[in-house]
Design a protein around this ligand. Structure first.
Ligand code: SF4
Length: 297
């Protein structure tokens, strides 16, 4: 495929890929023996279209009910081609090495405007690269920006307590954010920032392959699920989640369960909701077979 595409063609291709992703189609094949670059691009569009129609026929025979809770993370059309491009970590079995490659690929990132709005450093993520449980927040705050680690301030302390209450340790889980640079004044990350940064989060998820992921707060939930709903609508259930760009043919992992709960910073402001958050975590614990620690522990 040429490195520079006609903008209209690029947009059409990106739209088609996104549509296929929303239908659960991830693997695309390109016909060979095309004579020109434009033919090759058209072939890819054709293939996406025919793949889509073939897949659709299969899907129509499946139970639609099973698909209702399926979620595909949202990536802006202009980033979909980037998501589909082979990545350095592909084929690397060791998750520690694979995460290192993603971090190197991120580099001293200037892909979105957050790089020039006062960030001290990129906050990549922390924890067990083989974690069964992963937490995703919206973005670093001042403490995280200073220390280069997600959830280290007061909200981080509460998250640690929540993790401990589940009978596990912070080192057992992996923690990351939708955006890796601190938004100025701790404002909510904007849509373009989330869409630019989230492909790296998707790659982290694809490497870690957690059994369960917990979205902390509405921003993380809405970005991961591509749903615009209230917290009360989003909480209280599991979603089948496969990160954009993950290969559906990966027999070692067919996706993760995603649950939504309140952001610890919100719980600090409204402690009355801690009981509701605990219900969400209990749902996760039940799925993972975790027991709360005994009182003496
Ligand atoms: S938020 Fe993400 S995409 Fe934006 S500059 Fe930071 S690392 Fe790059």
């Amino acid at each position: 495929m040429p490195s520079v595409l006609d903008p209209d063609l690029r947009r059409a291709l990106a739209e088609r890929v996104r549509y296929c992703h929303e239908m659960g189609i991830y693997d695309f094949y390109r016909r060979e023996a095309r004579t020109s670059e434009s033919d090759a691009v058209v072939a890819t569009v054709d293939n996406l279209s025919s793949t889509f129609h073939e897949q659709r026929e299969v899907e129509q025979r499946e139970e639609m009910a099973a698909r209702k809770s399926a979620a595909v993370a949202k990536v802006a059309p202009e980033h979909i081609l980037e998501v589909l491009t082979p990545k350095p970590e592909h084929g690397v079995a060791d998750p520690i090495a694979a995460l290192k490659l993603i971090r190197e690929d991120l580099g001293d990132c200037t892909r979105c405007k957050l790089h020039k709005q006062g960030r001290k450093q990129i906050v990549f993520g922390v924890g067990n690269p083989r974690a069964e449980l992963m937490f995703v927040g919206e973005g670093p705050g001042a403490d995280e920006d200073a220390q280069g680690e997600p959830f280290v301030g007061r909200a981080g302390q509460l998250l640690n307590n929540m993790i401990k209450a589940m009978g596990i340790r912070r080192e057992d889980v992996y923690i990351a954010n939708v955006v890796k640079c601190r938004p100025p004044g701790n404002r909510t990350p904007e849509r373009d920032e989330c869409e630019t940064c989230s492909p790296f989060l998707m790659r982290q998820i694809s490497v870690i392959k957690p059994k369960v992921m917990v979205a902390l707060g509405a921003v993380a939930a809405k970005n991961l699920l591509a749903m615009n709903a209230s917290m009360s609508e989003l909480r209280g259930r599991f979603y089948d989640f496969l990160p954009t760009g993950a290969r559906s043919s990966d027999s070692s992992w067919q996706g993760t369960k995603l649950a939504v709960t309140y952001h610890p910073a919100f719980l600090l402001r409204d402690p009355r909701q801690k009981g509701e958050a605990w219900k969400d975590l209990q749902m996760v614990m039940k799925y993972l077979g975790l027991e709360p620690p005994k009182k003496s522990e």
